[in-house]
Design a protein around this ligand. Structure first.
Ligand code: V47
Length: 354
């Protein structure tokens, strides 16, 4: 333990062995070092963007047990949007100063790859200034399996059709044993990482998530972070790490135990310390609640994600995120915490300091 504290004191890279010991430290020791690191990188700045989440279909060929969004879950409400419907949402959201559309679909067998990708071309042609963050590695893997396209072919089409960056979804937990229990048949951990590496090789950026608080153990979270750290050493293409707190309603999975706020904050702090090569840690307010996401800004996080406007995946699992968050709430809450609100673009360029 002494050696671990010394490494933290010196702000040096944690060995894998040391990383696995971090959960044994108490919250405030972790917070001290995580906040130090966060302050060195970002000072008092808290980042967010003005974005719109769009989920064009919830009809899914995969059967992830943790998911409440998919149409064949406990709350069946299958839908598939037409491109016209999606464009109408985009037309409306650009009026609200939205800079990014974050588009994630379920894996719908009754569509074509053109349905998946064509919408990006339509959006880009009409609104070239809008950043399109779309296509999780799980969706890319689905198109590869369904339409016999190689990963490279899907990625080339994404670039041709106007995708700017990739979201971090589909990572769940990389440990193969846990993955088998919670999302058997979905993109493998190895292929999730391979797809992001291919995207990074094209000079593009992406995010990485981790779904936690279900049946995984603490060491699975550390293993997950270490696999990301290794790939980031090779490619440098990850912008942000996003620990997603699992929302328990309407799924076919039972959590080992419901996590408390201390464990959520510890996980944020640990991710800041382990992922020394990923610049941004997002406290995603949709899964942590806005209050805890604000507190997390003093435990290693430096970002809240965005205003979202409409959220369907986590709210299906019970999160209070269906209607997004107002810009005013973000700004007021950040200022009340004596921090500096920064509107950013999708690649973390600063657009406005409030
Ligand atoms: O991969 C599904 C997760 C992810 C639940 O890249 C759930 O900026 C909690 O990836 N409770 C999709 N999480 C969302 C996602 C994301 C979100 C915000 C920002 C970014 C980014 C990416 O949502 C899935 C899955 O891990 N998820 N169901 C649930 N009940």
């Amino acid at each position: 333990m002494e050696k671990l504290i010394k490494t933290l004191e010196n702000g040096e890279r944690l060995s894998e062995e040391q990383a696995f010991k971090l959960y044994d430290l108490d919250l405030f020791t972790l917070a001290k070092y995580a906040h130090e690191k966060r302050s060195k990188l970002h000072g008092k700045k808290v980042y967010f963007n003005i974005n719109r989440h769009i989920n064009p279909t919830n009809i899914c060929a995969d059967t992830c047990k943790f998911c409440a969004f998919s149409a064949h879950r406990k709350n069946p409400n299958p839908y598939l949007m037409s491109h016209e419907e999606i464009m109408k949402i985009v037309d409306d959201t650009v009026k609200n100063d939205t800079k990014e559309v974050h588009i994630v679909s379920a894996h719908n067998k009754d569509t074509s790859w053109q349905w998946y990708l064509g919408i990006f071309k339509m959006i880009k042609e009409k609104y070239p200034q809008i950043h399109i963050k779309a296509m999780t590695a799980a969706e890319i893997d689905f198109l590869h399996r369904r339409f016999k396209m190689s990963y490279e072919e899907v990625i080339d089409k994404m670039l041709e059709y106007g995708v700017d960056s990739m979201p971090g979804g589909g990572a769940e937990i990389f440990d193969e044993q846990v993955r088998k229990k919670i999302c058997n048949g979905k993109v493998s951990s190895e292929n999730w990482l391979k797809i992001h590496a291919l995207w990074h090789k094209k000079g593009r950026q992406s995010n990485a998530t981790m779904l936690f608080g279900h049946i995984e153990e603490k060491e699975h979270r550390i293993d997950h972070m270490l696999r990301l750290r290794k790939l980031q050493d090779e490619t440098g293409g990850f912008n942000a790490f996003i620990p997603l707190v699992w929302q328990v309603d309407n799924s076919f999975l039972e959590a080992k135990k419901i996590m408390d706020s201390e464990e959520i904050l510890k996980t944020i702090a640990i991710s800041r310390l382990v992922l020394d090569n990923i610049k941004n840690i997002k406290a995603y307010w949709a899964t942590m609640g806005i209050n805890l996401a604000m507190v997390a800004q003093e435990f290693g996080a430096n970002d809240l994600d965005g205003t979202i406007e409409k959220e369907s995946i986590q709210s299906a699992g019970g999160a209070k995120s269906a209607k997004g968050q107002s810009l005013k709430t973000f700004i007021d809450m950040i200022k009340t915490s004596n921090l500096i609100p920064i509107e950013r673009d999708s690649l973390y360029n600063e657009l406005r300091v409030y």
